[in-house]
Design a binder for this molecule. Structure first.
Ligand code: HEC
Length: 142
């Protein structure tokens, strides 16, 4: 038999989980303004490994509508879009546009991007050596 106290704390946890659903995080996909133009094979990599956080074409997974995961994912995507957004390319200065490919390659080379938790949840975002090589060549092209 479970003790009444255990049952009570379980009920409290369930109640909290239900109540936090009342504070939903807003999952948005604002309009695409101007999209980065890159060769198709590079685009394929960006789309599968970066677009969920760095574009207005986020594929929101089912668990992104359940708090507390929703809060974390929505704030991650917000921050990611603020740092770099492949679908608002029109907003960047020529200088910034010239510097971005190198920056992108650095993040991938150092294993910083895509972030580890994302790679764990999305096997297709774990880039192979060939895919990384494609990014490197693209980023260093004159
Ligand atoms: C799970 C969400 C997520 C994914 C997927 C993701 N990023 Fe990021 N990225 C972020 C966040 C959040 C930041 C800002 C905070 C930071 O730098 O860690 C960021 C920052 C960056 C920056 C700016 C770093 C700086 O210090 O200025 C670059 C460049 C970048 N990401 C490139 C990429 C590339 C390229 C991919 C795909 C190969 C990718 N990211 C995938 C969330 C993500």
């Amino acid at each position: 038999m479970k003790s009444p106290r255990k049952i009570l704390s379980l009920a409290a946890i369930i109640l909290i989980l239900v109540l936090i659903q009342l504070a939903p995080a807003e999952r948005t996909n604002p309009p695409v303004e101007k999209e980065i133009t890159v060769p198709g094979n590079v685009m394929g990599i960006l789309r599968k490994a970066c677009y969920d956080c760095h574009s207005n074409r986020t594929n929101w997974p089912w668990y992104s509508s359940i708090a507390p995961a929703s809060w974390l994912l929505v704030s991650d995507v917000k921050e990611g879009r603020e740092e770099l957004n492949f679908t608002t390319w029109n907003r960047y200065s020529t200088k910034k546009l010239a510097a971005l490919p190198k920056k992108i390659w650095e993040e991938v080379q150092e294993g910083e991007m895509p972030p580890l938790p994302y790679r764990l949840m999305h096997p297709e975002a774990r880039l192979s050596d060939e895919e990384k090589e494609l990014l490197r060549v693209w980023s260093t092209a004159p």
